[in-house]
Write a new protein. Structure first.
Length: 73
């Protein structure tokens, strides 16, 4: 008997970046720069996981960077 059910792929796991990773990637140098990028330049707003942990969706950040790269070219 053949399996006629559509093959379902598990959803892609979302990855999140912390401030330290944004800094290592060269996106920000300090918290003021991060705030400016979010408020004035359209960088995706992160969310607080706890009072000390701020997370950013990696796909959103990379898409934002790509739009910045394209507009600079």
């Amino acid at each position: 008997m053949q399996d006629t059910a559509p093959h379902l792929h598990p959803p892609k796991r979302r990855r999140f970046l912390r401030f330290k990773q944004l800094k290592e990637m060269g996106i920000v140098g300090d918290y003021q720069t991060l705030e400016d990028l979010v408020e004035k330049h359209g960088m995706p707003r992160g969310f607080k996981l706890s009072h000390k942990v701020l997370l950013f969706d990696e796909d959103e950040v990379l898409a934002w960077l790509e739009t910045k790269r394209r507009s600079a070219a």
